[in-house]
Design a protein. Structure first.
Lengths: 532, 285
């Protein structure tokens, strides 16, 4: 009984406790797996492979090699950012110029060898694009870089009705590159599998053979547009490099060039800035780009006037031991003009190797100038003169003229005149015109001036060097036919002092010398009517 | 004598009181000492910054130190916040989870830092249209160091903290930490690759479940029930841990940048690294 009571006591004591316990708690919480957290101590800064600095390869540059950096199109960068590009260029001996609205682009491209356009945001106008096409066609190098991190939209509106047109940097670059069949996509490339410390800093290892990809095994671009082109792709991404436009990949290009190698387009600017130019093979790539810019072999034609010379200019004066006044005047004009282009002249007897050349003479001396005239296929001939009504006005003029029609002493065939056939332009009477002949080779630019006589030659030379004005000239590539006020008949009027060019047949014909009229007083008339 | 020993004992009132009532009363009284289990709730309807993080940590510590709190449910609607505050809450949650189960209930959004906390729980429940994910880090970059003449310092980065390049690499490192948290927290439940996670996308609850980023589509009460089940408790009470832990009403704190005209920006006003979702929409200041 006592035991029973104790048992009952214990049961009644524990029952509420157990009951409540079981009412609320059906078990004990035990973790099946340990709680894990990231191993923060093992996290490190992702650092790239850094290449050792390398010297820029020396280039054999021609004198006055000019690389032009564009700053006239809202270019979204500062010059200091690209010093890794500009410093080696200047160290190589080339001149660096910045376009700053003082000269039209078409003028600058006449003498530049390379043109660099980085992150433009203001449109190029039609004339500029035409000038750039012409520049590239004649051997100039064009580098265009568009960068998605420099790609703000500006209002490039030219509409008079107030409508605005917003163009991105890629749009502006594409307007420039359209003639070359290259275009930037309005995207950036990214890679989440393997990258340089950020999804948009992408490594590239696919390179097509080209001087621009020489010695490259891996580069890093820091936010790059993809490029679409029918021309030559230089650098492209792997299957994990995706476009932000489509989130799709597949060998997306980031650098391309035209087949002839005149134009280079790249989708990133940051790779050439510090410190990114030192990552992987970026410095190799930068050096290759510099060699591209320094490797232009420009040809020139008269469209590049007045920037026809790029080296010291040899002026030939054979047989001229003593310079006369006219020659000094002419040479001084040439010297002044060339000095403004940082060029000098040398008066020599024979052409100097490595110099450009300036030659001039009269049509009479054309046989002696044959070596310089031969490339232009000029044909000299005698053509019948077509009588014109204005002959009367010539006879009536009180001014003494050089026309042979006025004196019976002229040995003059009134039925023919000397003419020159200029290919592409037609036939011209030599007495009326001067010729400017320009030949450009990698070794030398040669400018030949021809006119009918010394006065005409002086006028022609002055137009070229002093006034820099060819507005009265008909131009076809490398030949200009210029209307001169000082024209004469080359077949009969020959001035032994003409030109500062070659020795030639100088015909001294007294019949061509015009004496001033003399006055013979009437012997039968005296002031007082006296007879002698 | 023999008759006395064989005569059965009768229950007197005293013996009944002593043998039946007393132990019952004592037993009942003792049983009342057994607390009703609590599923504690921590609400986060704000960005994660110093104040909100401190509040959460206070409640987490309370939950850890009070045995009657048998499980915790975090109910969040947050775009995330600073990296350091997110990590501090995450690490406190890890300590709590060693003792008690923690369930995450995603109401409107658990983006970036909000998702960082989510993967630091044992089970994630979300509404069907909640926004989940946005894994990644962002940071204001310092400007390029220059030489100052009016303000002298003793090191090249004293005034800037770091170079731009180093800052970029640091956030990449922090991103790796975030990724590790997701991988270790979700483990085999994850059904997508790391590249998909690192895209930084926000997904709906439905997609997130499909991808293994969360465990279940459900409601708050389901979250409470799940937490209770994990803790092996029933007939529990659900209690907001804020008043229990002695915290006052939520104060106001300006986390976001406020323009002089009073317009609130979507960007935080303080520099630093962020596990934070910033909606990029036209017209957004």
């Amino acid at each position: 009984m006592k035991n029973t009571r104790i048992l009952i006591f214990l049961v009644l004591l524990t029952f509420p406790i157990l009951g409540r316990l079981l009412w609320f708690y059906q078990g004990i919480y035990v973790r099946s797996q340990a709680v894990t957290t990231p191993d923060y101590a093992s996290l490190t800064l992702p650092m790239p492979d850094i290449s050792t600095p390398e010297a820029t390869t020396k280039s054999n540059l021609i004198e006055n090699y000019v690389v032009l950096i564009d700053f006239e199109h809202g270019n979204n960068f500062v010059l200091a950012e690209i010093e890794n590009l500009t410093q080696p260029i200047t160290q190589s001996g080339a001149k660096l110029e910045i376009s700053n609205f003082d000269l039209p682009l078409s003028e600058r491209l006449k003498y530049c060898n390379a043109y660099v356009v980085i992150a433009p945001t203001y449109s190029f106008v039609g004339d500029e694009i035409r000038a750039i096409i012409h520049f590239v066609q004649r051997g100039g190098k064009l580098l265009v870089i568009a960068d998605p991190t420099r790609n703000y939209y500006t209002n490039n509106s030219y509409s008079y009705d107030g409508a605005t047109q917003y163009l991105s940097g890629a749009d502006v670059a594409n307007l420039l590159l359209a003639p070359f069949e290259i275009a930037f996509a309005e995207d950036y490339l990214y890679n989440l599998v393997e990258n340089e410390a950020n999804y948009r800093n992408v490594f590239f290892t696919n390179f097509n053979d080209d001087a621009l990809t020489n010695d490259l095994s891996k580069i890093a671009l820091y936010g790059a547009h993809s490029i679409q082109t029918t021309q030559k792709v230089l650098i492209s991404g792997d299957e994990n490099t995706l476009s932000s436009l489509t989130d799709q990949g597949g060998e997306l290009a980031v650098a391309a060039t035209t087949e002839n190698g005149g134009v280079l387009a790249m989708g990133d600017m940051n790779f050439l800035t510090s410190p990114y130019y030192q990552v992987a093979d970026n410095q190799h790539l930068l050096n290759n780009v510099i060699q591209f810019l320094l490797g232009a072999t420009r040809t020139y034609d008269l469209a590049d006037f007045p920037y026809l010379f790029h080296r010291t200019v040899s002026v030939l004066t054979p047989g001229k031991d003593v310079m006369d006044r006219d020659l000094v005047t002419t040479l001084s004009e040439a010297q002044l003009s060339l000095r403004s282009l940082d060029l000098s002249i040398e008066v020599t007897d024979t052409p100097t190797e490595g110099n450009d050349l300036l030659v001039s003479g009269t049509y009479r001396q054309r046989e002696d100038l044959e070596i310089y005239l031969k490339p232009f296929d000029l044909e000299f001939s005698k053509e019948p003169i077509v009588e014109e009504e204005n002959y009367g006005s010539i006879l009536d003029t009180p001014e003494p003229t050089m026309t042979p029609f006025l004196t019976d002493e002229w040995n003059f065939d009134t039925e023919t005149q000397d003419a020159v056939m200029v290919p592409g332009l037609g036939k011209f009477a030599v007495q009326d015109v001067g010729l400017i002949l320009f030949q450009s080779t990698p070794e030398r630019n040669t400018l030949t001036l021809l006119a009918s006589n010394s006065e005409a030659l002086k006028e022609l030379t002055s137009n070229v060097f002093n006034y820099r004005d060819l507005s009265r000239c008909l131009i076809a590539d490398s030949i200009a036919v210029c209307n001169l006020d000082s024209g004469g008949d080359s077949s009969d009027y020959v001035d032994e002092n003409s030109g500062f060019g070659f020795e030639g047949d100088v015909i001294d014909d007294e019949s061509t010398v015009i004496e001033p009229p003399t006055f013979t007083p009437d012997p039968y008339i005296t002031p007082v009517g006296l007879q002698p | 004598m023999e008759n006395e020993s064989m005569r059965p004992k009768t229950w007197t009132l005293g013996s009944i009181l002593l043998s039946l009532v007393l132990p019952l009363v004592i037993g009942i009284s003792l049983s009342l000492l057994i607390p009703r289990p609590i599923v504690g709730v921590i609400y986060l309807d704000d960005s994660i910054y110093s104040s909100s993080a401190k509040d959460m940590i206070t409640q987490i510590v309370y939950a850890r130190e009070h045995p009657e709190v048998r499980a915790v449910v975090l109910v969040v609607n947050t775009p995330g916040g600073t990296v350091t505050d997110t990590e501090s809450v995450y690490l406190e949650l890890a300590r709590l989870r060693e003792k008690k189960p923690v369930v995450m209930m995603i109401e409107g959004m658990a983006a970036s830092g909000g998702y960082y906390l989510s993967v630091g729980t044992d089970y994630i429940i979300s509404e069907p249209s909640s926004s989940v994910g946005n894994v990644g880090v962002w940071s204001y970059l310092p400007s390029t160091p220059t030489v100052e003449e009016e303000l002298y310092s003793t090191g090249p980065y004293k005034l800037w903290g770091s170079s731009r390049d180093t800052t970029i690499r640091e956030i990449e490192m922090l991103k790796q930490g975030f990724l590790q948290a997701v991988l270790s927290g979700r483990g085999d439940r994850l059904k997508v690759s790391e590249e998909v996670i690192l895209r930084g996308q926000l997904w709906t609850g439905i997609d997130a479940q499909r991808m293994g980023l969360i465990d279940e589509i459900g409601s708050q009460s389901q979250a409470f029930a799940k937490a209770a089940k994990m803790a092996h408790v029933s007939h529990y009470s659900v209690k907001d841990l804020r008043p229990l832990s002695g915290l006052s009403e939520i104060g106001t704190y300006s986390f976001y940048y406020e323009a002089p005209d009073g317009t609130l920006s979507a960007l935080p006003k303080d520099p630093g690294n962020y596990y934070l979702y910033i909606p990029q929409m036209e017209g957004q200041p």
